[in-house]
Design a protein around this ligand. Structure first.
Ligand SMILES: [Zn+2]
Length: 131
C-alpha cells in the first residue's frame, strides 16, 4: 500500500505514519487501541501474516485467510479500557463496517466486537473477541 495514502484505520494519518510501520515490523503498537487499529488495517490491506504475528501465541490459529470479496470500509473505536503504555492488558470495543461483493450478490454489515488484548514480552497482542 502507498505510504502516502490515507490509513485504512481512519486515523486521518497517512498509512506510512500510522499502521504501515507496525505491518512492516519497523515499529510496535504502543497501545492496545493502536494494535486494534493496525489489525483492522491489516484486514483492509490484506496482510494475514501481520494478523497472525499480532495474535497471542496461545490463541493464534494455524493460518488465517482474508476473504478477497470483503472490503473493510471503516473502523469506529467505541470504548477502551486500560491498554495504555503502562498496562499489561486492555479491552477495545469497536465497530467495523464492511461490504461483501460476492458473485452471489452484494451485502454489507457491521462487526461489533469487544476485543481483549495482552502484552507479551513487551508487545501488544490480540487475545480474543466477543461479538
Ligand atoms: Zn492506521
Amino acid at each position: 500500500m502507498d505510504p502516502d495514502a490515507r490509513c485504512p484505520c481512519g486515523s486521518g494519518l497517512s498509512y506510512g505514519e500510522c499502521c504501515g510501520p507496525f505491518h512492516s515490523g519497523a515499529a510496535s503498537a504502543p497501545t492496545a487501541e493502536r494494535l486494534m487499529r493496525s489489525r483492522f488495517s491489516a484486514f483492509a490491506v490484506g496482510d494475514p501474516a501481520y494478523l497472525l504475528r499480532s495474535w497471542h501465541p496461545d490463541a493464534r490459529p494455524a493460518s488465517i485467510e482474508i476473504d478477497p470479496d470483503t472490503r473493510w470500509l471503516w473502523l469506529e473505536i467505541v470504548r477502551t479500557e486500560r491498554g495504555s503504555e503502562r498496562d499489561s492488558d486492555g479491552v477495545v470495543e469497536f465497530r467495523a463496517k464492511y461490504r461483501v461483493d460476492a458473485p452471489e450478490g452484494r451485502s454489507s454489515g457491521v462487526q461489533h466486537e469487544v476485543s481483549t488484548f495482552a502484552r507479551v514480552a513487551g508487545e501488544w497482542v490480540y487475545v480474543d473477541g466477543e461479538a
